[in-house]
Design a protein around this ligand. Structure first.
Ligand SMILES: Nc1nc2c(c(=O)[nH]1)N[C@H]1C(S)=C(S)[C@@H](COP(=O)(O)OP(=O)(O)OC[C@H]3O[C@@H](n4cnc5c(=O)[nH]c(N)nc54)[C@H](O)[C@@H]3O)O[C@H]1N2
Ligand SMILES: Nc1nc2c(c(=O)[nH]1)N[C@H]1C(S)=C(S)[C@@H](COP(=O)(O)OP(=O)(O)OC[C@H]3O[C@@H](n4cnc5c(=O)[nH]c(N)nc54)[C@H](O)[C@@H]3O)O[C@H]1N2
Ligand SMILES: [Mo]
Length: 700
């Protein structure tokens, strides 16, 4: 059977999504229409394979539900009724409204909101110079990665990680709070290769994810207790003298105070905190310390707790303790993000010098609070959103929706689809997809730089983020040249750098080949002889810097804020911990959660609960249940079994409230507090109760 399709053009590009894999793709175009999109088979990380979402990207591009023209609200706020208007009419009205708001309350009454609809370097941050120029409130975009990063940096600095492809050399791999098969699919073949070579795969996750189900060993601690697990492991490793005394002596700081701290965490106590058996902790510690090379991979699930940074900081002490950095394939697996940001000329496009750090900021995790606050002066009167769907992805969804539905909030949303956020807008403006615009892609999961070239003309009147902000700037009468540079100019500027990592990489070369690996030196990843990018130059078991931030300078377990131990009073009413991770294989955050194929493949959202928690509540597999706390409720079907440990329940994130049974989705329940460091969210510090619902749930 031939898989060849005749086309008159093949365009090289890259997946724009917020995912570590950043796949290189090729698009076959016939008579101006994209007819086929495939993963680049020559790309060492994509290897010709796309995921369950992006394999059908053309359905997204050509979906009848795409927004293709500017639309103005005609119905009530949030009702989703709009009329088509021209770009000129929309821009004239929008700029007039913004000018009025600026005249009355000053520019900080405007709040930009954006996240990672696209990761491309020029589209993602296209609004920054525009908002800096106006002097609007600044958005702290910390919903993902910041807490884990902040915690890891305390221990190891911004040291180069062990590159994902090197995991093939590992013989003991711990996927610690990350669901690789769903969220980082293209790393999986490398892990499988390592296993073929004899590696053991451990997954540490309260949930039996698709990844955990395939592991050799699944360890299921209570959420938010992983620091205690790591401390218990370190206790065993030190007590049994399984640590690398030479590495510790030469390249770490604070071993003696750490050793002292570890006396507080014998395996029995770690077991009591984590809900594991002491024997399992001992066995894990011994296996980790005695198998070489040994690698740990963390991503984001683990950081979404009030103690998320401390958990990352504590876990990241393990490799230095056992000297895992000595061998290729040992240490902490991560993408070389810092290498992209160090070598590309990002500042020339982003212009950080024009950002006034003294202007007030709002953390994106707390959008609901900001929009409903009576204390903000001036209040937020206008919200300008692109590349994000806060109505679905921000915590405390009911507060977010209450804010978005304020009659006196002037909201503009630049989008591909009529998301729950766009539904609440006064203006919805059409955004292009990755097939219709240009961009340069970095990756947080591998070392390849990719050029995305437009394969087709924009559909309807859709425009890229860059053009949206050029038009807004022009309509407001701004004249600064840097606001109006072309997309190609911006990409060429990014590549204008004499950093050795970019040696031999040019715009023309990327145009031809689509992608190129950064020229990382052979010893890029090596911490074999120390050289940590910390204040002391060592791996810091003891970190002085934490004291000033009000944290323990030593690794420690702090109970998660909203948990049975952290808040026993609340836990009397809401005794179960709720996880709302990215378990929906066919969604990318809330993207694709409106497309028929992806919705059908996902089926309905379920609440997973353990038999021991179901029986006392008289809940059987398939029953309709109501999951609730003071912030909201979600109605869905129960799935009783072994997909989650006792004391914890879980449901997928990503679902749009408007398309969910019961009319609300996971974030209706989630906490909107911040992490201990890095200003991240604490989504997974959420307590709930579950009850059986007698009347059938209406499916949306
Ligand atoms: N298919 C798909 N792929 C994606 C995404 C998507 O939505 N869909 N999203 C992308 C994005 S934005 C990101 S940030 C990455 C995220 O990638 P991951 O971090 O791998 O994904 P998450 O689902 O956020 O969390 C992973 C796991 O953390 C577990 N977890 C939560 N709390 C704890 C804890 O306290 N301890 C331990 N040990 N485990 C815990 C959850 O049960 C979950 O299974 O994935 C990216 N890839
Ligand atoms: N409960 C719970 N909540 C979570 C998480 C969780 O694990 N659990 N994970 C959190 C994490 S890690 C993350 S990263 C965030 C993700 O949050 P978001 O970055 O908001 O992710 P998406 O839901 O994919 O929304 C992206 C939107 O951008 C639009 N878009 C795509 N491309 C473009 C473009 O080029 N231009 C414009 N203007 N729009 C575009 C898409 O149509 C989509 O509606 O969610 C967070 N929320
Ligand atoms: Mo994320």
């Amino acid at each position: 059977m031939s898989t060849q399709t005749s086309s008159d053009k093949i365009t090289r590009g890259a997946c724009p999504h917020d995912c570590p894999d950043t796949c290189a793709w090729q698009v076959m175009v016939q008579n101006g229409t994209a007819i086929k999109l495939v993963g680049d088979s020559d790309h060492p990380f994509t290897r010709g394979v796309l995921c369950a979402k992006v394999d059908h990207y053309l359905e997204r591009v050509y979906s009848p539900e795409r927004i293709l023209y500017p639309m103005r609200r005609v119905g009530a706020k949030g009702e989703g009724k709009f009329e088509r208007v021209s770009w000129d009419e929309a821009l004239m009205d929008i700029s007039g409204r913004l000018q009025d708001i600026i005249a009355q309350n000053g520019p900080t009454a405007i709040l930009p909101y954006s996240y990672m609809g696209t990761q491309g370097l020029i589209q993602r941050d296209a609004g920054h110079p525009f908002f800096d120029r106006l002097g609007t409130t600044r958005l702290v975009r910390n919903i993902c990665g910041s807490a884990g990063f902040a915690g890891s940096v305390v221990t190891n600095g911004i040291s180069p990680p062990t590159l994902p492809e090197d995991i093939v050399h590992s013989r003991f791999i711990i996927l610690w709070g990350t669901n690789t098969v769903v969220t980082n699919l293209h790393l999986w073949p490398f892990i499988q290769q390592a296993r073929k070579n004899g590696a053991t795969l451990v997954v540490i996750d309260p949930a039996k994810t698709r990844t955990a189900a395939q592991a050799d060993w699944h360890v299921q601690p209570l959420p938010g207790t992983d620091a205690a697990l790591a401390l218990g492991m370190m206790h065993v490793i030190v007590q049994e003298s399984l640590y690398d005394a030479d590495y510790v002596e030469r390249y770490t700081l604070g071993f003696e105070p750490l050793r002292e701290r570890l006396t507080e965490y014998p395996p029995e106590r770690a077991a009591q905190i984590t809900g594991l058996e002491a024997d399992e902790i001992i066995k894990l510690a011994k296996a980790y310390a005695t198998t070489r090379p040994t690698a740990i991979r963390t991503l984001i699930g683990l950081e979404h707790h009030s103690n998320g940074a401390m958990m990352h900081r504590t876990i990241k002490c393990l490799p230095a303790l056992v000297g895992a950095w000595r061998e290729r394939g040992g240490g902490i697996i991560g993408g070389p993000a810092e290498a992209f940001f160090r070598s590309l000329n990002i500042a020339a496009v982003r212009k950080p010098e024009l950002e006034d750090q003294n202007i007030r900021s709002v953390n994106m995790v707390q959008l609901g609070q900001a929009l409903t606050s009576h204390e903000l002066d001036p209040p937020i009167r206008s919200l300008i959103v692109h590349s994000s769907n806060p109505a679905a992805i921000a915590p405390n969804q009911n507060l977010v929706l209450q804010g978005l539905r304020r009659e006196d909030l002037f909201t503009v949303v630049h989008e591909q689809f009529l998301t729950d956020t766009a539904r609440s807008a006064d203006y919805v403006l059409p955004a292009t997809t990755q097939l219709e615009h240009a961009d340069l892609l970095w990756s947080w999961g591998h070392k390849y730089l990719t050029l995305n070239q437009p394969a087709i003309e924009p559909l309807g009147e859709a425009v890229p983020n860059t053009e949206f902000f050029r038009r807004l700037a022009a309509s407001l009468g701004l004249e600064d040249a840097h606001l109006f540079t072309s997309d190609e100019e911006r990409i060429r500027t990014l590549l204008t750098s004499d950093h050795p990592y970019l040696d031999g990489i040019s715009y023309e070369q990327l145009e031809e080949n689509g992608w190129a690996p950064l020229n990382l030196p052979a010893d890029y990843c090596s911490l074999a002889e120390g050289g940590f990018a910390t204040p002391s130059g060592k791996c810091e078991f003891y970190a002085e810097s934490l004291i000033a931030q009000g944290l323990d300078p030593l690794p420690t377990h702090v109970p998660p804020k909203e948990s049975p131990v952290g808040d026993p009073e609340l836990a009397r009413r809401y005794p179960l911990m709720l996880l709302t991770a990215k378990s929906a294989l066919h969604f990318l955050n809330s993207s694709y959660a409106n497309l028929p194929r992806h919705l059908k493949a996902e089926g309905a959202p379920h609440l997973d609960l353990h038999m021991d928690d179901a029986v006392p509540r008289d809940i059987r597999d398939g029953d309709q249940v109501r999951v609730y706390n003071d912030r909201g409720e979600v109605k869905l079907r129960a799935r009783v079994g072994n997909r989650i440990r006792t004391g914890v329940v879980s449901m997928p994130s990503g679902w749009w409230a408007s398309l969910s049974p019961g009319g609300s989705s996971a974030n209706a329940l989630t906490a909107d507090g911040l992490s201990d460091l890095g200003g991240g969210g604490d989504f997974h510090d959420t307590l709930v109760e579950v009850e059986k619902v007698m009347q059938p749930v209406v499916t949306g």
